[in-house]
Design a protein around this ligand. Structure first.
Ligand SMILES: C[S@@+](CC[C@H](N)C(=O)[O-])C[C@H]1O[C@@H](n2cnc3c(N)ncnc32)[C@H](O)[C@@H]1O
Length: 219
């Protein structure tokens, strides 16, 4: 088995709407291949399933399950009038964003319904009830200060020993992008002493849990 994305699934990932550049998706796929034999992967921030296809492809290759959490109502920056708004994913009756249908189509088209499980709800609510150690946690949810802080507080301690915490849109230089994933997730993870950076591509940073065990609070 190679560690590159199968070409048919890469085509599906390319075709899906979303926010995952191909080189960063390739890294997600590689780390998921490595970690899935040790337990489930969880993604915060599904949108239309683009990154979930990279993760799900790995699960199809080595076995295992990818959970992906989203309320499917969009982040602040996805709402009408903001930079990342897409009117085609607004429910006309409710006047609210709804990316769940697009996600389901994309995952079905890719043939990954066995591997990728949607969890539909507020990240904080799901995290409050979550009890399962994670081999890989990928945080790509709300990019505001409060949602980023809450995702770190709610999820990061569920990464198992030797598991990975991957964080999207980490921009140490404010000229490159928004600060919350860097300030509210990446820096606190390193400051906790529980995580050590192992690799990165573009704005995707990958940290390994090098001390403590799943469920133990972080400093
Ligand atoms: C940047 S997008 C995810 C992009 C996706 N990973 C991709 O590959 O295209 C962020 C997603 O996080 C979701 N989100 C934001 N805040 C959330 C919250 N508090 N609970 C659940 N989902 C949330 C939004 O609905 C949005 O779909």
């Amino acid at each position: 088995m190679t560690d590159t994305m199968p070409s048919d699934l890469l085509d599906h990932a390319r075709a899906a709407k979303g926010f995952m550049p191909e080189d960063e998706g390739a890294l997600l796929h590689r780390i998921a291949l490595e970690r899935l034999p040790h337990g489930p992967v969880l993604e915060v921030g599904t949108y239309c399933g683009k990154s979930a296809i990279y993760l799900g492809a790995a699960a199809q290759q080595v076995g295992g399950t990818v959970f992906t959490v989203d309320h499917h109502r969009g982040s602040e920056e996805n709402q009408a009038g903001w930079e990342h708004h897409d009117a085609s994913v607004v429910d006309p009756e409710l006047g609210l964003m709804d990316t769940l249908g697009q996600f389901r189509k994309n995952i079905a088209r890719a043939g990954l319904e066995e591997q990728v499980v949607a969890v539909v709800g507020q990240s904080t609510t799901v995290a409050a009830h979550w009890r399962t150690p994670l081999s890989l946690l990928f945080i790509d949810g709300g990019h505001g200060e409060e949602p980023a802080r809450a995702d770190f507080a709610g999820w990061a301690h569920w990464v198992a020993a030797s598991g990975y915490l991957a964080i999207h849109d980490v921009f140490p230089d404010p000229a490159d992008g928004g600060r919350p994933p860097y300030e509210q997730i990446y820096l606190p993870a390193l400051a906790s002493g529980a995580f050590t950076e192992v690799t990165h591509t573009g704005s995707l940073r990958v940290l390994e849990r090098t001390s403590g065990a799943a469920g133990e609070p972080l400093a």
